[in-house]
Write a protein that binds this ligand. Structure first.
Ligand code: 5GP
Length: 190
């Protein structure tokens, strides 16, 4: 029988560059999968339903909660986000390593439900750098940026809850660090 895959919680402040690192990780190992979350947030330009997220109404989101369809779910800056449970467990059973790109409250629920998960927190080189990236991205209003920065500050102060903290000073370097963390864990498991 195939070994179960690793469940990797992959978190970090909005605008820290998680998505860019994630693309590199997915391209570097065919055993990696990224879980697609459901959200009530509106799609950003270029985002496709079923690829970045399942974009759902608040009503549908609440139905999914009632059906016990989520491994975890949380509210983040006015919108709800959740990890569909069944596909994650199916992939883990198939031996695939599954990344959950989620925020802090969701991570705490996953840790409770699935203590063998590995958690990695991506941080910016500095708070000013984060501010510059979030503003420069141009995808959010000033109000949303301010709320996201406030949440980021709270999340950064909780970084010690994670198993590993990786600084995104350089995308390739940070991606390589994540890869070596995962390969060390897998080598120790064998
Ligand atoms: P964004 O709106 O920028 O795509 O995501 C906002 C925040 O929600 C990010 O920190 C992202 O990692 C987090 N997030 C995305 N999907 C989920 C999810 O399924 N559950 C939780 N708890 N957080 C999520």
């Amino acid at each position: 029988m195939k070994n179960k895959g690793l469940l990797i919680v992959y978190a970090g402040a909005s605008g820290v560059g998680k998505g860019t690192i994630m693309k590199k990780l997915l391209a570097s190992d065919s055993n990696f999968r990224l879980s697609v979350s459901a959200t009530t947030r509106a799609p950003r330009e270029g985002e496709v339903d079923g690829r970045e997220y399942y974009f759902v109404s608040h009503e549908r989101f609440d139905e999914l909660i009632a059906e016990d369809g989520f491994l975890e779910h949380a509210e983040y800056v006015g919108n709800k986000y959740g990890t569909p449970k069944a596909p994650v467990f199916k992939m883990l059973d198939e031996g695939l390593d599954v990344f959950l790109e989620i925020e802090l409250k969701g991570f705490l629920q996953v840790k409770e439900e699935y203590p063998e998960c590995v958690s990695i927190f991506i941080i910016p080189p500095s708070f000013d750098e984060l501010k510059a990236r979030l503003t420069g991205r141009g995808t959010e209003s000033d109000e949303v940026i301010a709320a996201r920065l406030q949440t980021a500050e709270q999340e950064l102060s909780n970084q010690s809850l994670f198993d590993y903290v990786v600084v995104n000073d350089d995308v390739d370097r940070a991606a390589n660090e994540v890869l070596s963390i995962i390969s060390d864990i897998k080598n120790n498991k064998e």
